[in-house]
Design a protein around this ligand. Sequence first.
Ligand SMILES: Cc1cc2nc3c(=O)[nH]c(=O)nc-3n(C[C@H](O)[C@H](O)[C@H](O)COP(=O)(O)OP(=O)(O)OC[C@H]3O[C@@H](n4cnc5c(N)ncnc54)[C@H](O)[C@@H]3O)c2cc1C
Length: 482
Amino acid sequence: MTTDRTHHRPSHVLILGAGPAGLGAAYELSRHDVPCTVVDKNDIPGGLSRTLTYQGFRFDVGPHRFYTKNETVNRFWHEVLGPDFIRVPRLTRIYYRDRFFHYPLKPLNALAGLGVGRSAAAFASYLHARLFQRRLEAKSYEEWITIHFGRRLYEAFFKTYTEKVWGIPCSQIGAEWAAQRIRGLNLWQAVKDALFGNSGRIRTLTNHFHYPRHGAGMLYEKLTDSIRKAGNEVHFNTRVEAITREGNVVTGVRCSGGRNFAVGPAAHVLSSIPLTEFVADLTPPPPAGILDAAGRMRYRDHITVNLLYHGENPFPDNWIYVHSPDVRMARLTNYANFSPGMAPSPEDHGLGVEYFCFREDAIWQMNNDDLIRLAVEELSRMRLIKPKNVRGGFVIRENDSYPVYYTGFRPCYDTLKQYAQSLANVQMIGRGGMFKYNNQDHATLSGILAARNLLGESHDPWEINAEDEYLEEHRGDSSPTK
Ligand SMILES: Cc1cc2nc3c(=O)[nH]c(=O)nc-3n(C[C@H](O)[C@H](O)[C@H](O)COP(=O)(O)OP(=O)(O)OC[C@H]3O[C@@H](n4cnc5c(N)ncnc54)[C@H](O)[C@@H]3O)c2cc1C
């Protein structure tokens, strides 16, 4: 990081999106008395990390644990949440062929679940991969996993879940994604840990995580309050519809509800809305090659069916990865196991059932009652709930949740990134904004660092997460997908 002492602060910063990235940026600017305005199409803050309240229950958009290796973000979370940032014991398992496997994988448990024959076959295929394939260069996710873990483990623990999440065969998912998410997963270490134990520090990290007492969105509600208290504005129900530019300078943003924002010569824009959408909203449009590249990038969409469950706690996990191919759901969350503040009483449990899809898929078109019926039927078939205990439910459909790193996406990504960087008074931030598979910590950090750039420091938010590894990944604890 360098500091430019001759730097002029912007007169005003317009921030598109009130998720972790946008609010992280606005909070940082507010702390330094830089005037800013945040606009968001939703009616509450937090973006993908928001928390919805329904009949006294609270639900995130899929499970959101807080974990970071980055000290700036860690301090930021603790500073904003104080005692409301609680420490939660972690239990997460994989459900596969009517059995539960601990995740992160515990070799003895996996052995018991797979049975001796399958375990021996898995171990043999792992050895084969390590002896004969380790020098091969993986082009796809399938090749990456097979080379690192062997074909059998790939089929048991990676293939079905990953294909449910991404909706394309693992052979068409770029190896970049595996390398980013599960780079340090070390099977030998996992075996050693299972047999001989692990150092206390690592155990603490992997067996607990932090979480705001009233859901992930609590952090973003508090940030919104602070930003407003500092005299800055956060507008909800305000969708960006057009972004005017003169050459490579953005001059204004037109939003729904007749809200228009001029971007003066000394002002700046930070954008966390999906990069493809930002490009498509530009007026006049960018060159055809840019629009073409944007048209080739895809985000995966996501449905959560949220159920109000009354009775005995149906399962002890925070969430369960559902690998079984005979049900359509991919993940299941029990928010009561995150914080007692997520349900109206100890007998109530908010369950979130996740379906990943593209918006053209039949499941996206299903009506809400049918989706709720599907979730209850699947949970009952998995023998996890008593259907009569489900007291109601609601459905959330979320567009553009996951940037899809399909094989061959890289040239389009590079084209868009280069174009975005050529805009003189704009910085892209966040997960959708930079088309990066960022979690909350990296999304927030990108906002904070972009804000600091406007205060005279020099950072490259695009580089966040590129080199950064999660400590826990060295211990075989990379989440298959968050
Ligand atoms: C199912 C799921 C589970 C996850 N689990 C975890 C987890 O356990 N831990 C973790 O750290 N992270 C997790 N994440 C990732 C986390 O949600 C994101 O990293 C984070 O929310 C990204 O923040 P952001 O600000 O970049 O983007 P977003 O949260 O997407 O915010 C972008 C904002 O822009 C707004 N917007 C978009 N288009 C427009 C428009 N045209 N006009 C105005 N506003 C617009 C949106 O409404 C949104 O509020 C998970 C994500 C998902 C989907």
